[in-house]
Design a protein around this ligand. Structure first.
Ligand code: 13P
Length: 341
C-alpha cells in the first residue's frame, strides 16, 4: 500500500456518518485531575483499568470511529493480555495518538502560548505506528485577552500545526489539527468569532505552504462561544450559526471532517450544539462531528468511582453519550433522549 492509499483508508474508516472520535488522551497530570474529582488515585493500574473500561464498552463501535490515546496507553494491555490499541482495532475503531508534548509560554510574546514536541516527531510516529496508531493529534492553545492572541502568536502556532501535520502525512499517519481558542474569560461570542477566524485563516495558509493534503486531515476546533464569564449565554442555534459562519469563511471544502472539541461545555451542551449545526445547516461541505474528551467521559467517571462493580454501568453511560452524539452528528438528537437510558 502506498502512503497515499494508507492515509485514504484511514480517513474512510474515521469519517463516517453518525460517528465521531473519543478523546481519551489525557496526560498524566490531566488524568490525575479528572480522577481527583472522584477521589481516585491516578496510579498506572487505575489508568489502565479505566481505559480498558472505555475501550471495551459494548456497542460503542456503532458511534465511535476513532480513539485518541496517550503514549502510556498505547503500550498497555487489557486484562486478557490484548494490547489496548488492538482491542480498539478489533472492533473497527481506529487507534490514534496524542503526540504534542504540551504547551508553555511563547518567548517574548506575553500572553501567547506555544506547544512543544516537534523534535524527533518522525521517529516517535514510526514507533507509534508499530504499536498500532494510524492517526495523531496535536493541540495549539489560544487564550483570549485584550492583546491576545497576538499576530505573532497566531502565526507561530499555525506554523507548528502545519509542520506537525506534514511530518504525520509523510509517515502515513492522518493528522488531527487542533486549534483551541479557550472558553476562559469574559469575552463576547463576537470576539471569539473574530479570533477563531484569524486563527483558521493563518492555519490554512501554513498548511498550504507545508504541502499538507487537506483531504487527508481532520480539523478539531473549538465552537464559537461567549467566554465562560461573559454575562450573556448563547443558545445552541446562535452558537451553530456563529460557528458555521466562521468555518464557511475559513475551512476549505476539501477538508473531509470537522470534529469539535468539547472544551469545558457540559455533555448536554456539547451534544445540543453539534445537533444544532447538523439539523439547522444541512448541506455543509464537511462532516460535522465530535472528538470529545470531557463531554463523553464526565458521566462515565461519575458512575465508575474507581470501583470494579460499577464498570458495566459506567460503560452504559459511555454508550449513552456516544449514541446521543452519534444522533447529533445526524441532526437527529432531541433533548428528551437525555432522560431515556
Ligand atoms: P475536551 O473535549 O475535553 O475539550 O478534550 C478534547 C481534547 O482532545 C483536548 O485536547
Amino acid at each position: 500500500m502506498t502512503i497515499t492509499d494508507e492515509l485514504q483508508a484511514t480517513m474512510e474508516q474515521m469519517v463516517q456518518r453518525g460517528k465521531g472520535i473519543l478523546a481519551a488522551d489525557e496526560s498524566q497530570p490531566t488524568i490525575a485531575k479528572r480522577f481527583a474529582s472522584i477521589g481516585v488515585e491516578a496510579s498506572a493500574e487505575n489508568c489502565r483499568a479505566y481505559r480498558t473500561l472505555l475501550f471495551t464498552a459494548p456497542g460503542i463501535e456503532s458511534y465511535i470511529s476513532g480513539v485518541i490515546e496517550f503514549e502510556d496507553t498505547l503500550a498497555q494491555s487489557a486484562g486478557d493480555g490484548t494490547p489496548l490499541p488492538a482491542v480498539l482495532a478489533r472492533r473497527g475503531i481506529v487507534p490514534g495518538i496524542k503526540v504534542d508534548k504540551g504547551k508553555g509560554p511563547l518567548a517574548l510574546s506575553p500572553g501567547d502560548l506555544i506547544t512543544y514536541g516537534l523534535d524527533g516527531l518522525a521517529e516517535r510516529l514510526r514507533e507509534h505506528k508499530g504499536q498500532g496508531a494510524r492517526f495523531a493529534k496535536w493541540r495549539e492553545v489560544y487564550s483570549i485577552g485584550e492583546q491576545n492572541p497576538s499576530m505573532l502568536g497566531i502565526s507561530a502556532n499555525a506554523e507548528m500545526l502545519a509542520r506537525y501535520a506534514a511530518v504525520c502525512q509523510e509517515q502515513g499517519i492522518v493528522p488531527i489539527v487542533e486549534p483551541e481558542v479557550l472558553i476562559d474569560g469574559n469575552h463576547s461570542m463576537e470576539r471569539c468569532a473574530e479570533v477563531t477566524e484569524a486563527v483558521h485563516k493563518e492555519i490554512f495558509h501554513a498548511l498550504h505552504r507545508h504541502h499538507v493534503v487537506l483531504e487527508h486531515m481532520i480539523l478539531k476546533p473549538n465552537m464559537v462561544l461567549p467566554g465562560k464569564d461573559y454575562p450573556l449565554r448563547a443558545s445552541a442555534a446562535e452558537i451553530a450559526a456563529a460557528t458555521l459562519r466562521v468555518f464557511r469563511r475559513t475551512v476549505p471544502a476539501a477538508v473531509p471532517s470537522i470534529n469539535f472539541l468539547s472544551g469545558g461545555l457540559s455533555p448536554e451542551e456539547a451534544t445540543a450544539n453539534l445537533n444544532a449545526m447538523n439539523a439547522g445547516f444541512p448541506g455543509m461541505p464537511w462532516l460535522l462531528s465530535f472528538s470529545y474528551g470531557r463531554a463523553l467521559q464526565e458521566p462515565v467517571l461519575q458512575v465508575w468511582q474507581g470501583k470494579p462493580e460499577n464498570v458495566a454501568a459506567a460503560q452504559l453511560a459511555l454508550l449513552k453519550r456516544a449514541r446521543l452524539n452519534g444522533a447529533a452528528q445526524r441532526g437527529e438528537y432531541l433533548a428528551a433522549m437525555e432522560s431515556a437510558n
